[in-house]
Design a protein around this ligand. Structure first.
Ligand code: ZN
Ligand code: FE
Length: 255
């Protein structure tokens, strides 16, 4: 792998990620929720921050943006659609844009739903996706701003990436997502196996992320909204996947 990836915890459940291109020495932080843990991670790896890739405007993803930008002189890549509410974006990006991080190419996928301006960052050569709060392992972001149809179409775009694509996301919510998934998809053997894995990982204090797109397609109830079992579980047999998705999201909101 040309790209080195270091994941660490921020606060109670946010996941910090640093990516490093050894060929050029560039280092990017995916989002910038809190300064101290990001700086500590940089020191631990001996990497110098050069870039910040911002997925969306929520505080737990941008609170340290200004401080880190000032401290390191980092270039900030972020959603054009949310430039009015994310200060300091140097490279505004939108759907289908390509940009370079060191020698490595990235592609921008707009994923409205959790927020209207949300973007995901995809690196095809390394088969890695940074999905922010759009897709979690066995879950998806709450619909704070977008409609269920928007989120369903955003998740569908991410699900269309190659199965081997590594999924990094903004939160370690996997265990509670697993319990929700079991309520609606208990007969799914891939889910049963994944839940056991996740319970073992969390018992050791390990992260369950990265996942893969293939694993999410097999276990994530929100991506499986087109499956008859999920439609039946929400009483919508024969209804379109987007409607089943909306019902599942509504059930998740209720806890
Ligand atoms: Zn968020
Ligand atoms: Fe978040």
């Amino acid at each position: 792998m040309a790209l080195l990836i270091h994941q660490f915890g921020i606060g109670s459940d946010n996941l910090g990620v640093l990516i490093h291109d050894p060929a050029t020495g560039k280092t990017a932080s995916i989002d910038a929720g809190e300064e101290a843990p990001i700086v500590a991670a940089l020191h631990e790896k001996g990497w110098q921050l050069t870039d910040i890739l911002v997925t969306h405007h929520h505080g737990d993803h941008i609170a340290a943006l200004a401080a880190l930008k000032t401290r390191f002189g980092a270039r900030v890549v972020g959603p054009l659609a949310d430039q009015h509410r994310i200060a300091g974006i140097d490279l505004p990006v939108s759907e289908g844009d390509h940009f370079s991080f060191g020698n490595i190419g990235f592609e921008v996928i707009e994923t409205p739903g959790h927020t209207v301006g949300h973007v995901a960052f995809y690196c095809p050569s390394e088969a890695v996706l940074f999905a922010g709060d759009t897709m979690f392992s066995m879950g998806c972001g709450r619909l704070f701003e977008g409609t269920p149809q928007q989120m369903w179409s955003s998740l569908s775009k991410l699900a269309a990436l190659p199965d081997a694509t590594l999924l990094y996301c903004g939160h370690e919510y996997t265990l509670s997502n697993a319990h929700f998934a079991l309520r609606f998809d208990a007969g799914n053997p891939a889910l049963q196996k994944r839940v056991a894995e996740v319970e073992a990982l969390r018992a050791k204090g390990d992260f369950t992320i990265p996942s893969t797109i293939g694993q999410e397609k097999a276990t994530n109830p929100f991506l499986r909204a087109g499956e008859p079992a999920l439609a039946a579980a929400v009483g919508l047999t024969g209804h379109p996947a987007g409607e089943v998705f909306a019902a599942l999201r509504e059930a998740k909101n209720k806890g």
